[in-house]
Design a protein around this ligand. Structure first.
Ligand code: HMG
Ligand code: MG
Length: 304
């Protein structure tokens, strides 16, 4: 296993969007900006900074326009945001982002609960996003959610998810990130899902977006690495999950991912000490303990 390790992989940081979108109390815009800047200072070069969704659906992201206005940009960094429709794209263009991400679930019920549409209508709405975004010079990323399991339907047919991913790539997305949205995945399941996808999509066009609800995200990431995936989503300190839903958790923690890869001699471009400090910023702005393991253990012990 893992005998052909890459020299480097690309991390895609989602804490400011996926991590914060479930926070019950409103996080101040300047605090969000401080977190994004700390992540960039730590070496992260792709950051999903916010989402241009309906503020009625996700009140925490209501200040997306202000986040973009306040954010000082650094060269070499791709600033991205989630966009569900043409209105979201207009806001993203006004916010001068480099990239937008469209999202759709592989299971109908989760998709309807998330965006109030069938999968087919969601993909139709992307006609107002993907093409126009590319024409405006932006890159477009896609997400396919609930591939490892749906909170409403249980098991999900990977073929249904694969067809959606192919459609997103065919329409111009440069990459599709495969989501274990509720963090139920286990390694052999991950192998089965990925092998199915890799029959028709090359690994460089796929990313993994693993929530760590049950502590299996790192193990699943390693399966992806072994199968040639080189792009991984992560949230600093494991930020995310709903404070009112016991057991819910955020994405694979950026520090845990970077620490594990560093130990395997795989570069991520991230300075571990500084990303750990960004995790302290995240913890301070949400005002509660965050679950990331390296976040809790610290990085100094690396010197041993
Ligand atoms: P809807 O209610 O069906 O649509 O929502 P609508 O067009 O009737 O819009 C409702 C209201 O929102 C209207 O305002 C619109 O103007 C407004 P009103 O007239 O009532 O005052 N609106 C907007 N406002 C600002 N920006 C916009 C926008 N669009 C409409 N872009 C809609 C449909 C898609 C808008 C809604 O369902 C929505 O915003 N959903 C977003 C849900 C969401 O953000 N979920 C979390 C992100 S997905 C995720 O976390 C998974 C992921 O991490 C991957 C993984 O883990 O697997 C990506
Ligand atoms: Mg997510």
């Amino acid at each position: 296993m893992l005998d052909a390790l890459p020299e480097s992989v690309s991390l895609y940081e989602v804490a400011p969007r996926d991590g914060l979108q479930n926070e019950a109390s409103q996080v101040a815009t300047h605090a969000k900006v401080r977190l994004i800047e700390a992540l960039v200072d730590a070496g992260l070069r792709r950051v999903e900074v916010t989402s241009f969704v309906s503020p009625k659906w996700v009140p925490q992201m209501a200040d997306a326009d202000q986040v973009c206005q306040m954010l000082e940009r650094k060269p070499g960094v791709t600033y991205s945001a989630l966009v569900p429709n043409a209105r979201g794209l207009r806001r993203a263009l006004a916010g001068k982002l480099d990239e937008v991400a469209v999202f759709v679930s592989a299971s109908e019920t989760h998709n309807r609960k998330n965006v109030n549409k069938t999968i087919a209508r969601t993909l139709k709405a992307f006609e107002g996003v993907i093409g126009p975004a590319i024409e405006a010079g932006l890159r477009v990323r896609g997400y396919v959610s609930t591939l490892w399991g749906c909170p409403y339907e249980g098991e999900v047919d990977p073929e249904a998810g694969l067809r959606i991913a192919e459609e997103l790539l065919g329409r111009g997305c440069y990459q599709v990130s495969l989501g274990d949205t509720i963090g139920v995945g286990t390694p052999l399941q991950t192998r089965r899902i990925l092998e199915h996808f890799l029959e028709r999509i090359p690994p460089e066009r796929l990313a993994l977006h693993l929530h760590d609800t049950r502590g299996t995200a790192l193990a699943n990431m390693l399966v992806g690495l072994e199968l040639g995936i080189r792009d991984f989503d992560a949230a600093v300190a494991g930020l995310g999950g709903c404070p009112y839903a016991p057991g819910a958790a955020g994405n694979l923690a950026t520090e845990d991912l970077a620490y594990t890869l560093a130990g395997m001699g795989i570069a991520t471009g991230v300075d571990l000490e500084r990303v750990w400090q960004a995790g302290q910023v995240a913890e301070a702005i949400v005002g509660r303990k965050l679950p990331g393991k390296v976040h809790q253990a610290g990085v100094r012990s690396l010197a041993r």
